[in-house]
Write a protein that binds this ligand. Structure first.
Ligand code: ZN
Length: 501
């Protein structure tokens, strides 16, 4: 496994520290609530944790133990009227809450209510399905005292709603807990497959983050001796499997992944910037695979890439040529050029809308290898924001200007670094015919071609080149398409010159 330098954000560390407290709060609530030993109410522990925890499971004062533990008759669960909770929990958003005794099981069910009616209906169905399944399983089990608690934590991005259901079943004092994530795509108006959201490589990255964070926490615990500390770390390293991170919540700030360490449920918040390369659905609800066309994996592919744009005249002209030939390309655009006025913005929008790929060529075209950490980060971040402000999506690839990079660039690009292995030399020859000849001479399956859509002679060359390459058997594809069909999972901080080296 590659060794990467890790830097935990303050946010991550704060969350790490507080999440175990949160779970204690939750457990406290569950015990009180489910066993009916006392009437739960707002208590000191909940009041002392930070704002993050407010979104969690604060006990409600309206539930009395009698309702859950000593029922007199079987009751049909009915949603508690919203108003009951609105005043007290206005800051938590709205939720549906049911507690009842049915088929020998005392249960409590909570799930969020959303303004989006379709989302509200879908999450209700998902919650009820979990309840029904667990109730059925509980009914079959031996025991005199059976309880079920389904609580949740939810989070939302621009296009996705996620709910982490916390499920606790108890039979005669023996409890089992489970977490399940439910995901809803607002753009599509339907639930998403949860397992599919993150690629396997995301979990490898996550394990590195968690190992580094946990190590810091261990180091700060002074009561441990150095020897035993090393032993502990060795034993408890995360390897990067899905099973290690069974649940997550998508928050506005990033993905909060849950894991178990030393029998404790902990979480880590990872900004989208760091994991979005591995996401099958963007924060805006765009299904990445839907932007990959159906192509013939066995036929040769070539990725034409165009840098330094968008250009208000040449880019639209090139897009027309691509469309006419059923070809697509990747555009590495400059952040400052994107924001150069309405016609440039329109050109960028057109790249995205015609199905071509929008990628980052940094903000000001500086040689990143000569810049400080802060400046490298600014080049990456400002370009992301510029692109997002126009097309509503972040770029997924970065091409460092001049193909120049170092370890700092690899670390802070938070994207795969795409260079090229076929230079059209358009910047040097400035001649249509020479550009055509150069590309045709070196064309090959899996190659990435460097061109510039700011020059009319390059676009003229593309007009000749594209049909010619197709006639020679090539499929003209985006970088994402090519790596997808070549079966290569792109990773953050890795440099790719082509699909084979
Ligand atoms: Zn350039």
């Amino acid at each position: 496994m590659k060794q990467r330098k890790k830097r935990m954000s303050v946010q991550k560390r704060v969350l790490m520290a507080s999440s175990s407290v949160l779970m204690l709060v939750l457990t406290f609530f569950i015990i009180k609530y489910a066993t009916g030993l006392s009437k739960p109410g707002n208590h000191a522990v909940a009041g002392s944790v930070d704002a993050v925890s407010d979104a969690l499971y604060t006990p409600t004062a309206t539930i009395t133990p009698e309702e859950t533990v000593q029922p007199t008759a079987t009751t049909t669960p009915t949603p508690v009227p919203r108003a009951e909770f609105e005043t007290e929990y206005a800051h938590m958003g709205q939720r549906n809450e049911t507690h009842a005794y049915m088929d020998g099981v005392a249960y409590a069910l909570r799930y969020p209510l959303y303004a989006d009616e379709a989302a509200a209906a879908a999450v209700g169905q998902a919650a009820e399905a979990i309840r029904a399944e667990k109730m059925e399983a509980l009914a079959k089990r031996e025991g005199t005292k059976k309880q079920l608690l389904i609580d949740y934590e939810d989070g939302e991005t621009v296009g996705l709603i996620s709910v982490l259901f916390y499920i606790e079943t108890e039979v005669d004092g023996v409890t089992e807990t489970e977490t399940v994530t439910w995901l809803y795509n607002k753009k599509k108006g339907e639930a998403e497959k949860v397992e599919a959201l993150f690629a396997d490589t995301a979990y490898v990255y996550l394990a590195e983050c968690v190992n580094a964070t946990e190590e810091k926490m261990e180091v700060s615990m002074e009561e441990e001796t150095k020897a035993s500390l090393e032993e502990t770390l060795e034993k408890e390293q995360f390897t990067g499997t899905r099973e290690e991170f069974p649940a997550y919540v998508l928050t506005a700030e990033g993905v909060k992944f849950y894991y178990t360490k030393k029998g404790e449920c902990r979480s880590i918040l990872v900004p989208y910037l760091e994991v979005h390369t591995y996401m099958a659905v963007t924060e805006n609800g765009t299904v990445v695979a839907e932007r990959i066309r159906k192509l013939d994996a066995d036929k040769p592919m070539i990725a034409l890439t165009f840098d330094d744009g968008p250009h208000y005249q040449q880019t639209p002209r090139l897009l027309e040529i691509l469309e006419k030939n059923n070809a697509r390309a990747t555009f590495f655009v400059l952040g400052d050029r994107v924001l150069w006025g309405e016609s440039n913005e329109n050109a960028l929008r057109l790249i995205y809308e015609t199905g071509n790929e929008v990628a980052s060529h940094t903000y000001s075209h500086s040689d990143l290898a000569t810049l400080s950490e802060e400046k490298v980060q600014a080049e990456i971040t400002k370009t992301r924001e510029a692109i997002y402000s126009v097309i509503g999506e972040y770029p997924t690839l970065v091409r460092p200007p001049y193909g120049s990079y170092n370890d700092t660039v690899k670390r802070y690009a938070y994207a795969p670094l795409i260079t090229w292995n076929l230079d059209s030399k358009d910047w040097y020859s400035r001649d249509t015919q020479k550009v055509v000849e150069q590309v045709l001479k070196e064309a090959g399956d899996g190659k990435i071609v460097l061109m510039h859509d700011i020059h009319y002679f390059t676009v003229d060359a593309a007009e000749i080149l594209i049909p010619e390459l197709i006639a020679r058997g090539y499929q003209i594809v985006t970088v994402q398409e090519m790596f997808y069909y070549k079966g290569i999972a792109l990773e953050n901080g890795t440099v790719y010159h082509s699909s084979y080296n």
